[in-house]
Design a protein around this ligand. Structure first.
Ligand code: AHR
Length: 615
């Protein structure tokens, strides 16, 4: 028997409770969400020709090498040189185990080229099947002795999961090439340098309220000098310095998907951006080596500059001006910043405090997140809390990570019931149930669901939570289980994904006290009351616009449905649907716009009017 006190409105559900944590692990970014189809487009991997093959055709002769004497840029020091004695010499790239192209779809090829010898060079660019059957082609003339960007579009004539891109110099002569890139013309939200539509849509369907990025241990980088430098990940992609990805050999970060793109993604998802910044410590878990305290200012400045990049005024701030140059003059409205990932111990605390003090002095409203480390290192966790308490609670949120057996998650469903409500809020920044063989399965998903009832029931103190890791590319993983799996053409959600989906798409506004009586021990339930998405069950009428007017007929709210929007209406004042409901039942709203009447306002003073466009 479950008893629910349905009228209790004393505790509100956190508006940011369910979000996502993104890290470029398991080829989540390069080879995944980032729609670039070419692997090692800039020849900067340890083996500069990694993922590239020589191609000789029609009796071609000559050399294909990489060089670095006169590069495109200091940040992009190596490039490809084709010395063709007879035509038909070049390279091919099959991306990550074969490119997926669809018949009738267009793919944009761009590259930088320079004629080094022999005059204007013609490049034959094609998409080919594994057996070299051509399934689409275009041509580029390299005309200048200086680096210039060129492009052409290929329309695929057939569908293939194993396609490759081939670039051949047709005439005798020497030509240098760099940043050889291929993107589907359709990316998510149509953004240039954008995201794979199917993968991004899986994220959007989760309706996440925050996006934590770019990692994970990748923030620390695993070795000296390999930490994440956000400043290298904005602006012209040809200028973004490639770095090894700590998760595997021959896995590199192109940073084509960088901080600017993460901010855009958060904006497109309607999620709060939540960057994790480098705290001067090189490995996850706070082990040496680390930046000496005397050199920490550089990293503190990086954090301050990031806040300016996200929120500053382009007229007065150097970093905000760069944001505007990159196409986004409006601020990104950054509210949260995590200092370091999965760190603990004195080395971390000292550096954390330096960054915390500097940020709070200039930007007191930015919510700062302290890392309490990962379970089962419960010692570190308690130590972290003790340190915070002993230092006057210098954190707005505390980030704890959990990768544990399903039984552990079941046993922790009531973990936050007894948590102190006066300290920092809790951010469960990474969690996943790891069962036998670390496979995604129903047992893990159910354990996570049970645990999530505890997150939701306590979401007055648990402000945010995210499953981890987010993505795994089949055949390219370093970690499992993962929330979403994919290959070049397919994507699917795991049972854990649908647990996240279910919770995240049914968040209420108020936590209702519940009591359960059962013959056997069961996890405590969670009950919330709140919004109902009309669009999910109305199918007959479409509306142009919707208005909320007060008793005098003055419009308080209006929403335009000419775009692909949906409507959610709920009255916190009464908690009940009103007679308008009967009318709404006839409607079809497929939308994004949400109307909330503020708590305390009397619903009866307002009229909701919907104008029908067609029936
Ligand atoms: O999610 C995978 C890894 O797990 C993250 O990079 C790290 O924070 C944690 O140890």
């Amino acid at each position: 028997t479950i008893r629910i006190q349905a009228d209790d409105r004393s505790r509100q559900v956190s508006e940011t409770l369910y979000g996502i944590f993104y890290e470029d692990i398991n080829y989540a970014g390069d080879g995944g969400l980032y729609a670039e189809m070419v692997q090692n487009r800039s020849f900067e991997f340890g083996n500069p020709l990694y993922s590239w093959r020589h191609v000789t055709e029609d009796g071609a002769a000559g050399r294909v090498t990489t060089a670095g004497e006169a590069p495109l840029s200091e940040n992009n020091p190596r490039y490809l040189v084709i010395q063709a004695e007879l035509g038909g010499l070049g390279v091919s790239n099959s991306g990550y185990g074969g490119m997926y192209v669809e018949a009738g779809k267009a793919y944009d090829l761009t590259l930088y080229g320079r004629v080094d010898q022999g005059g204007e060079q013609l490049l034959a660019v094609s998409l080919r099947e594994r057996d070299d059957t051509e399934i689409g082609a275009c041509e580029i003339s390299i005309v200048s002795g200086e680096w210039q960007q060129y492009g052409c579009t290929i329309t695929a004539e057939a569908t293939s999961e194993q396609a490759k891109l081939t670039v051949l110099a047709v005439k005798p002569g020497t030509v240098s090439l760099d940043m050889i890139s291929l993107f589907p013309q359709h990316t998510w939200k149509g953004r240039k340098n954008g995201l794979r539509e199917d993968l991004a849509q899986m994220l959007a369907d989760l309706n996440p309220k925050f996006l934590r990025f770019p990692g994970g241990c990748i923030v620390e980088g695993g070795s000296i000098g390999n930490h994440y430098r956000w400043k290298n990940t904005i602006g012209d992609v040809a200028e973004r310095k490639v770095q090894p990805n700590q998760w595997a050999p021959n896995y590199y970060q192109s940073f084509g998907l960088g901080f600017h793109e993460y901010f855009l993604l958060a904006e497109d998802l309607g999620a709060e951006p939540l960057p994790v910044i480098y705290a001067g410590i090189t490995s996850c878990h706070g082990q040496p080596p680390m930046v000496p305290l005397s050199e920490m200012q550089e990293y503190i400045d990086h954090a301050l500059d990031l806040i300016e990049y996200a929120n500053g005024d382009p007229e007065t701030s150097e970093w905000a001006a760069k944001r505007a140059e990159n196409g986004h003059p409006e601020p990104f409205n950054l509210k949260y910043l995590a200092i370091g990932n999965e760190l603990w111990g004195t080395n971390y605390y000292t550096r954390y405090k330096m960054i915390y003090d500097a940020i709070k002095a200039e930007y007191p409203d930015i919510q700062l997140i302290f890392s309490a480390g990962a379970f089962p290192n419960d010692m570190a966790y308690h130590e972290a809390y003790a340190w915070l308490a002993g230092n006057g609670n210098p954190a707005d949120l505390v980030d704890e990570h959990m990768y544990q057996a399903p039984e552990w998650f079941l046993s922790q469903a009531d973990r936050y019931d007894k948590f102190d409500r006066h300290g920092p809020k809790v951010f469960v920044g990474e969690y996943a149930a790891h069962g036998v063989g670390r496979r995604n399965n129903m047992e893990a998903a159910l354990a996570e669901a049970a645990f999530m009832t505890g997150l939701e029931r306590n979401s007055d103190i648990v402000a945010m939570a995210a499953y981890a890791p987010l993505f795994g590319r089949h055949g390219y993983t370093q970690w499992q289980p993962n929330l979403i799996w994919f290959d070049q053409s397919r994507v699917y959600g795991t049972p854990s994904y649908y647990v996240q989906h279910m919770f995240s798409n049914h968040v209420g506004h108020y936590i209702l006290p519940t009591e359960i009586t059962a013959e056997q021990p069961v996890p405590s339930p969670s009950a919330v009351r709140g919004s109902i998405l009309l669009g999910s069950w109305m199918t007959q009428v479409e509306y142009d616009d919707v208005m909320v007017t007060d008793a005098e007929g003055e419009v308080l709210f209006s929403a335009d449905f000419s775009e692909d929007n949906s409507l959610e209406v709920w009255s916190p004042a009464s908690g009940n649907w009103r007679a308008e409901n009967g009318v709404l039942k006839q409607s079809s709203l497929d939308a994004d716009v949400r109307l909330y009447l503020q708590q305390g306002q009397d619903w009866s003073d307002y009229t909701l009017s919907l104008r029908a466009r067609k029936t």
